[in-house]
Write a protein of this length. Structure first.
Length: 254
């Protein structure tokens, strides 16, 4: 993915990693459209950052995705990058019959069906572009499980394999598939996450991601150094240690 000269749609960019990345990509000379559910946040972002436009989208709602796709493509026919940023992370306790199933289903709809539907809504347009990118967002927890978020872990593992599979299908076409794999980052993804001192500061994370995008334009996975402990535990042969360390040090590590 080239770091500049793109037209980029980022659903899930009203806060956290999505917003920080949207601002950084805008500063690098890209046309950026942010998407989210809260119209007040979308309006505030557009007002505070001239040149960034916004579209309401709820990625848990198939009709909302279709409507947003039509709106974005009508206003930005040169769109060539879609970043499927929107996602949720919820704690679950499967040792009790109460509460976990609704949370698990909501996570699957948002974190798996959402990106699938989003890519489906834009893929025909992207395939017609001379150079296009789909960026998915998985997690270090796709490769090592956090005990308190089983469905989140599974959803991100699914996104990793979806990314791998789509990359095979689009090989030789104008569409690249790029997977962003965050470690724990100080955002509001879960309660208390923004104050988590063991998590990576947001600005530091986005700085490193931007540098990787710039210096590795042909990369297939964007991995900051901090995520490699989780990403490569099995390959290194210390997977059990990684899992034990992850679940001993921080109950809210992404």
């Amino acid at each position: 993915m080239n770091i500049s000269g793109n037209t980029i749609f980022i659903p899930g960019a009203t806060s956290g990693i999505g917003l920080a990345l949207a601002l950084r990509l805008h500063d690098r000379g890209n046309t950026v459209i942010v998407g989210g559910r809260r119209e007040d946040r979308l309006a505030a972002i557009a007002a505070e950052h001239p040149g960034i436009s916004s579209v309401r989208i709820d990625t848990a709602d198939a009709d909302s995705i279709d409507t947003a796709a039509r709106t974005v493509l009508s206003a930005h026919p040169d769109l060539n990058v879609v970043i499927a940023m929107a996602g949720i992370m919820r704690a679950e306790d499967w040792t009790t019959r109460e509460g976990f199933l609704a949370t698990a289903e909501e996570t699957v709809v948002t974190n798996i069906l959402g990106p699938i539907r989003l890519i489906g809504a834009f893929i025909e347009h992207l395939r017609a572009q001379p150079d296009a990118t789909i960026m998915t967002v998985s997690s270090g927890l796709a490769f090592a499980p956090l005990r308190v978020t089983p469905t989140y872990n599974a959803s991100k593992a699914a996104i990793h394999m979806l990314s791998e599979s789509l990359r095979l299908q689009f090989a030789g076409t104008s569409v690249s598939v790029l997977e962003l794999e965050p470690p724990a980052v100080r955002t509001a993804l879960m309660p208390g996450h923004e104050e988590n001192e063991s998590a990576m500061p947001l600005d530091e994370f986005v700085d490193e991601v931007t540098s990787l995008l710039e210096n590795q334009p042909d990369a297939t996975e964007i991995q900051v150094e901090r995520v490699k402990f989780l990403r490569y535990g099995e390959a290194r042969g210390d997977y059990a240690t990684v899992v034990a360390t992850l679940n001993r040090t921080d109950p809210h590590t992404r």
